[in-house]
Design a protein around this ligand. Structure first.
Ligand code: ZN
Length: 149
């Protein structure tokens, strides 16, 4: 069930499933890789479309802020829309939101989005400031972090 816009123009939006094991689905997004980073309704539809396909007990969202800058921060509606979508429809089985390569722009986006997201979603955000998860290929690291909690 691929989003129509990405079907016609691959890479328009950025959210893809990278792993599905141990009852956990892991999604990865890097807004700077999305050519249509300003396409608010399309992005929300893309996420809704994707997150509906989760069949595991839990899911993890890895948000890679590499290249996230002012032009992304200007799209506050995208952040607010996604925050609301996830809070309302997909927070029950949300395990963690790992923000990797965080920078000033993403901290600012988070404070803009903060009033629009639920308590559960707020409590799941982890900033990977120590670069534990920078190498997303090494998913074992994520599981080790889970075990340490
Ligand atoms: Zn899409």
């Amino acid at each position: 069930m691929i989003c129509n816009i990405c079907h016609l123009e691959p890479g328009s939006h950025s959210l893809r499933k990278i792993s599905e094991k141990d009852n956990t689905t892991i999604y990865y997004t890097c807004p700077a890789q999305a050519s249509k980073y300003y396409d608010c309704s399309g992005i929300i539809h893309h996420y809704d479309n994707e997150l509906q396909t989760i069949t595991t007990e839990k899911w993890i969202w890895i948000m890679d802020c590499n290249g996230f800058d002012m032009k992304h921060l200007m799209q506050a509606q995208v952040g607010i829309g996604l925050g609301e979508l996830i809070s309302k429809k997909y927070s029950a089985n949300l395990e963690k939101i790992y923000v990797i390569n965080p920078n000033w722009y993403i901290y600012s986006m988070t404070s803009i989005v903060w009033p629009f997201i639920g308590k559960k979603v707020r409590s799941r955000i982890v900033y990977d400031t120590n670069k534990y998860i920078t190498n997303i290929e090494n998913l074992d690291i994520i599981q080790k972090i889970e075990l340490n909690e």
